[in-house]
Design a protein. Sequence first.
Length: 481
Amino acid sequence: EDIRVYEFAEACGKSPAEVITVLFSLGMMVTKNDFLKQDELEILGEEFGIEVTVKDALEDVNYVEDYLGEDIDEGSYVTRPPVVTIMGHVDHGKTSLLDKIRSSKIAAAEAGGITQHITSYTVTKNGQKITFVDTPGHAAFSAMRARGANVTDIIIIVVAADDGVKTQTEEVISHAKASGCPIIVAMNKMDKETANPDMVKAQMAEHDLTPVDWGGDTEFIGVSAKTGAGIDELLENILIQAELLELKADPTAKAKATVIESSLEKGRGPVANIIVQNGTLRIGDNIVCDTTFGRVKAITDDSGRAVKELGLSETGTVLGLNEVPTTGSFMVAMDSDKEVRDIATTRAEHARAKELSKSTKVSLEEMSGLIAEGKIKQLPVIIKADVGGSLEAIKGSLEKIANDEVKVKVIHAAVGGITESDLILAGASDGCIILGFNVRPTGSVKAKAKADGITINTYSIIYDLIDDIKDALSGMMSAVI
Ligand code: GDP
């Protein structure tokens, strides 16, 4: 994976042009800096009669995801607290339930330490801990899972007993089932006169979540986030499920955690809200988190108080990373600061290179090279100019410079700035370039063009524009192929 055209060419003793030509003849536009996709690699392998094996370019640094440190000791595995996520349709009481569980299970004195609304926390029930993790929604939950971040052990689907299964409940059911986690249904708002638990059970049974008392294997617990009724029963049920899961981890290992939220805070720098999945995270630990790294400067627990460490399944915030990590990324504590720096740097360079390769998808120079080789018969362009007079002049000139073999094809010409709809248009036509005269793309359009690999050239002198296109058409531009 992640090999560029020229790297591939080098590896198999071909010239980049040969590689590009093969792909081009099959309608695939690449330049020498582009990364080759799996199917392109297969085609090239066949064409050149060589065997192509695909290997992860980041293999050498991604081993940290399995890194347990030298002090791993199977004998020190202990039962770790379950991590629970609550999901449900909007207004069915997810937030109220999280708040109620927290306030009813944390001593008043402790609760005094809460400085902000933190919805991920650990409570104690019958001497056993349970951690609740708030995710911004089931879509975010699945997006995190897609990236390999599995923080949840048990899912609670909250359904308002007076409202029943709604569209988002159905979505949540799918997401929850896909995760493979045990599911508990919390029928909320049971204090309401209109609460109808049988309706909820029947509707959920239709989605293959059949209540235990109906002969199925899903626990349904009636609760009220308003009065607190049923919450003890819910927590007891969580503990029963957790016991069946036999969750184990090693508190003596180097920490492995997942970032569940992150931000840049004034005076504090990058802040990562994490959940510890293995080991113990301590102040002073060298940590790497995707492309960021650092040394743990400060830790606060789920009540916002400064602590020295976070243990198994505990959540809190960590200061000390050099940049804000992405949600769902994996944090690993390692032995040395060199190790974490090297890993983060390698990953960052790789990410940057990938980003760069996108922006060079089809430049005018490269189009020119393809034209010189007779691979392209027309150069599609979109022209945007500040005034109608210039626009007509440019359009007229460009249409005239066509020679017998190659010509400019004006796909769209209009007065005005370069917009997102121009990008969409350009993207729909292979190799299309956007020419701006006295107009510039806005920052967001520029960024999108870069992401989509669309070239935008801007000019303030008509002759420069015409000359560039003339050169491109005659294949005389300093082609980089
Ligand atoms: P979320 O969107 O799922 O997070 O739902 P909220 O927790 O914000 O609750 C939505 C509304 O339902 C709020 O007005 C809550 O006060 C109310 N609510 C939540 N739980 C209960 C409950 O158990 N009983 C009653 N009567 N109202 C509740």
